[in-house]
Design a protein around this ligand. Sequence first.
Ligand code: GSH
Length: 81
Amino acid sequence: MNLNLYYFDSCPYCQKVLRKINELNLKSITYSDTMKDPSNREKLINDTGRATVPCLYIDGKPMHESDDIVNWLEANKENIS
Ligand SMILES: N[C@@H](CCC(=O)N[C@@H](CS)C(=O)NCC(=O)O)C(=O)O
């Protein structure tokens, strides 16, 4: 499963997701900072129509909403390496 999190550091909703990733000790997630790299922000807008983070791409499919992402990670942790 390919997982990539669009985020930026000062976003509290992103921090909530990052805390869950840390708690579950998930190592295989890659990261796209939308503040440090404007091309990441542009891709997010192109794909989803908005720049809102966090957004977790699950095998290329974007999922918004930190609570949904946290719940998804918890439910799928056994399948994430
Ligand atoms: N309800 C959303 C809120 C996310 C949110 O408000 N993110 C802010 C940063 S803290 C954002 O990306 N704002 C910019 C935008 O929406 O264009 C969640 O829980 O994920």
